[in-house]
Design a protein around this ligand. Structure first.
Ligand code: PLP
Length: 460
């Protein structure tokens, strides 16, 4: 163990007790009825992160994972990933400070923002972070002045038109401009050591990775012709977050492995990295959000349903988090967050067309519409799964209060795996075999076991 994470950082979950049970206990202990005030809170299953890591190593054995800190900078996540030996991809000075604060050495940090503030470049120079990305000549000029010993990674544009999120609109040099950039770097005595790309998030076509790896090969050739010693290929992020994604992680990994064998075969001396964000954390986080207000809306005109005796009213529930906070994926990724209910409704309970609204004084702050829910009440909790990526740090923008509390949990089996007692990355088990037992059994929602009442440890 490297000592980044200790048992006091999380609640150890014993066999038969799921993190869902933990969330039940936390919501019971945090009732609006008694206090009048509640805030949304997260429960994070660090075992799920460990499990993702083993899957990654199994599927992409030649790739060294870095974690994109911007995705979720909560301390529990950073600590568990540091413990697993990941490097960190930082987009800002604050992110570099944060990972260095927990003890991550500068050699494990890449400053992967091609358009940096000068202060960020100076911080990297002062604190020994040498790997920086760029995609334009102005960035090279800044580096010459502020960090002449930097090792630069040329970020190239990708074919990301099918992705949900088009990063290449903003970042990445075109193939046509790469020679000019490499020449400029040479003239300015700036070392270019590799190529990076990011295919964008939610890319439905794994071939986009293969195409970018082929493009990177061309840029490596250009670099070699100009006298650069290039030895890093950075595959960026965009890897799917959940099993429900259009393309499975394993499918993408297989395409990448074939492309690497073709363009960067084993023994070619190139260090292959990836900068994963959502892949690692999405499924590990669940958030509980409380209903703070409720409005029943009757239609102006009696509808057909009303005439036929069914339930015409719709119900608006107001939450203390919205699309300008933890539910920002509604705005950016067009998602429709669907809650699970704390109390399972019985089959006779009528369902009403319901909508969920955030706290902003703004008609756009609609989290979800057209949900069919039973009658809920102020103080009831709604639970949303898969909330680990790009949710934190934006929460509560409009509430003006501090960030949501996070309670970290990990199953003992995951902890043992992390400590290398049960499993190591080299264990020759299939991915499912390695992955299954490590998380806290979040999926066991129906079998409520009676477990101990914890005083949970929260980092943050
Ligand atoms: N690397 C860079 C440079 C990024 O900009 C991002 C996200 O925007 C990531 C990695 C992580 O991407 P994802 O969360 O899709 O894996």
């Amino acid at each position: 163990m490297a000592g980044y994470l200790s048992e006091s950082d999380f609640v150890m979950v014993e066999e038969g007790f799921s993190t869902r049970d933990l969330l039940e206990e936390l919501t019971l202990g945090t009732s609006q009825v008694t206090t009048g005030e509640v805030a949304a809170f997260f429960v994070a299953d660090l075992g799920a992160v460990v499990r993702k890591h083993f899957c990654f190593l199994k599927c992409l054995p030649r790739v060294r994972p870095f974690y994109a800190v911007k995705c979720n900078r909560s301390l529990g996540v950073l600590k568990v990933l540091a413990e697993l030996g990941l490097g960190f991809s930082c987009a800002s000075k604050a992110e570099m400070e944060l990972v260095q604060h927990i003890g991550v050495p500068a050699s494990k940090i890449i400053c992967a923002n091609p358009c940096k503030q000068i202060a960020q470049i100076k911080y990297a120079a002062k604190h020994g972070v040498r790997l920086l990305s760029f995609d334009n000549t102005v960035e090279l000029e800044k580096v010459v002045k502020s960090h002449p010993s930097a090792k630069m990674v040329l970020c190239i544009a990708t074919h990301d038109s099918y992705s949900l999120n088009h990063l290449s609109l903003k970042f990445g040099a075109s193939l046509e401009s790469c020679r000019h950039l490499l020449e400029n770097a040479k003239k300015s005595h700036v070392e270019v050591v590799g190529v990076s790309f990011h295919i964008g998030s939610g890319c439905p076509d794994p071939q986009a990775y293969a195409q970018s790896i082929a493009d990177a090969r061309l840029v490596f050739q250009m670099g070699a012709e100009l006298g650069h010693t290039m030895h890093i290929l950075d595959l960026g992020g965009g890897f799917p977050a959940s099993e429900e994604a259009k393309v499975r992680f394993e499918e993408i990994a297989s395409v990448i492995n074939s492309a690497l064998d073709l363009y960067f075969p084993e023994g070619c001396g190139v260090d292959i990295l990836a900068e994963l964000g959502r892949y690692y954390v999405t499924s590990a986080f669940t958030v509980a959000v409380s209903i703070v207000a409720k409005k029943e809306v009757l239609p102006d005109q009696p509808s057909r349903e009303e005439e036929s005796g069914s339930t015409p009213k719709t119900i608006e529930y107001h939450l203390d988090e919205g699309v300008y906070g933890i539910f920002n994926s509604v705005l950016f990724d067009n998602t429709c967050p669907t809650p699970t209910l704390q109390k399972k409704p019985c089959s006779e309970q009528p369902l009403y067309s319901s909508s969920l609204w955030g706290p902003a004084a703004d008609g756009c702050d609609c989290v979800a519409e057209g949900l069919w829910l039973p009658q809920l009440h102020v103080g009831d909790w709604l639970v949303f799964d898969n909330m680990g990526a790009y949710t934190m740090g934006t929460e509560s923008l409009l509430r003006g209060t501090k960030a949501c509390r996070i309670t970290y949990a990990m199953s003992r089996v995951a902890w043992e795996a992390l400590r290398g007692k049960l499993l190591s990355a080299e264990d020759d088990q299939d991915v499912e075999g390695v992955c299954k037992p490590l998380s806290c059994g979040w999926e066991i929602t129906d079998t409520l076991c009676v477990g101990p009442v914890f005083t949970p440890a929260s980092i943050m």
